[in-house]
Design a binder for this molecule. Structure first.
Ligand SMILES: *Cc1c(COP(=O)(O)O)cnc(C)c1O
Length: 393
């Protein structure tokens, strides 16, 4: 179906941060398939694990125990706030399940009227009907009938608006610690702490969408750890499978206890193949020193992006984000799609985001030398775009 505006590029193989097109060009991948190939392309450990699992057994359904899923869940619990995990296949599906978990929690506690979510302008939570309503973007909702009921949007970062939006029907606050699609906008760490406090004050839940920010992307395993807070429930996807489709809901026992047999489910979710991929990714990300290196290289990239913006004030006005999720704010003179295309011409893949931001989200195994190479390509792309603007005047 004609759902995508695809670039005329096709890839036949990848290695680490690099991809080769079918016509033989080598490209540096600073998009990671939208922040998803967390340990790079064709990582030998991931490839071997998935290949061996595929040869043994891929799928059995959740009618049976799945040792790979039990192992992955135990490791996620060990390295997070959560007491238990539900596996699914995508970010939207994780968010749907997270919303169901929140509503069930209040219903079981005698408050079925608490079903509404306070969400944020500029959010992105997925493309299914409920996650679209949580996203709240009028453009995405148009033509798909009445939005699913129960989502109230307030300006990102505005605590007064959050307080005003909380009422007797509020079940939870749902937020991305860093808005990804919406333009790589990080929430203030103090704002996240205040959200935690206001949830405790009103007896509502804090539901974090860490689909894009989790699994090490911020330089810590979970982005909320920078704020020193814990959510009650959280979604994860994208980087968790390193490119293999996998999503997860992580929850405290007080929430998870109510998702009894029959309340929620999936056929594929958490199958042996997907969870073997998840375990292989965790083997790499949780290895001693790995996240320290992500943090180091992320700071290096941040500095370089700042210098780039300063060198090209007519093209870029600033840098925002955290870890290896960084946005280059472009000036009105240049669209992010034009910049993205110019970067492709230089051999660099990036991703556009909202508010005319160019998003870079390389795999977490990126080296400083590769950052230098990417910055040089961005620099040439910016230089090329500058005279375009001059000529247009
Ligand atoms: C990508 C994304 C989603 C949706 O994930 P899908 O796997 O595309 O369904 C939800 N939330 C956030 C924050 C995302 O970045």
């Amino acid at each position: 179906m004609p759902t995508y505006n695809r670039a005329d590029l096709a890839f036949e193989r990848g290695e680490g941060a690099w991809l080769w097109t079918t016509d033989g060009r080598r490209m540096l991948d600073f998009g990671s398939g939208i922040a998803t190939t967390s340990i790079g392309h064709a990582h030998p450990h991931l490839v071997k694990t998935v290949a061996e699992q595929a040869a043994r057994v891929m799928h059995v359904s959740n009618l049976y125990r799945v040792p790979q899923a039990e192992k992955l869940a135990a490791r996620l619990v060990e390295s997070s706030f959560a007491d238990s995990v539900f596996f699914c296949n995508s970010g939207a599906e994780a968010n749907e399940g997270m919303m169901k978990a929140v509503r069930k929690y209040h219903a079981e506690n005698g408050h079925p009227e608490r079903f509404r979510f306070v969400c944020f302008e500029g959010a992105f939570h997925g493309r299914t009907l409920a996650t679209l309503a949580a996203t709240g973007n009028a453009k995405y909702l148009e033509g798909f009938g009445p939005p699913v009921e129960g989502f109230d949007h307030v300006p990102f970062g505005n605590m007064n608006a959050v307080r005003d939006a909380i009422g007797p029907n509020t079940a939870a606050i749902m937020i991305e610690p860093i808005q990804g699609e919406g333009g790589v906008r990080p929430a203030d760490l103090r704002f996240l702490r205040e959200l935690r406090a206001v949830c405790d004050e009103y007896g509502i839940l804090l539901a974090l969408d860490e689909v894009q920010t989790g699994m090490g992307r911020s330089g810590k395993l979970w982005a909320h750890q920078w704020a020193g807070i814990e959510p009650d429930v959280m979604s994860s996807a994208k980087g968790i499978g390193g490119g293999f489709p996998l999503g997860a809901i992580l929850a405290k026992e007080k929430v998870a206890q109510y998702l009894k047999p029959g309340t929620h489910g999936t056929t594929y979710g958490g199958n042996p193949l997907a969870c073997s991929a998840g375990n292989a990714v965790l083997d790499i990300i949780l290895a001693p020193g790995f996240l320290d290196q992500v943090d180091r290289v992320a700071r290096y990239l941040w500095q370089g992006m700042g210098a780039l913006a300063a060198r090209h004030p007519e093209v870029a006005s600033g840098v925002r984000g955290a870890g290896l999720l960084i946005g280059l704010q472009l000036t009105p003179a240049v669209t992010n799609s034009a910049f993205q295309a110019a970067a492709v011409d230089e051999g660099l893949l990036t991703v556009a985001a909202g508010q005319n931001v160019l998003r870079v989200a390389p795999s977490l195994i990126i080296t400083e030398a590769e950052v230098d190479a990417a910055l040089a390509m961005l620099d040439r792309a910016a230089a090329k775009l500058t005279p375009v603007k001059a000529a247009a005047q």
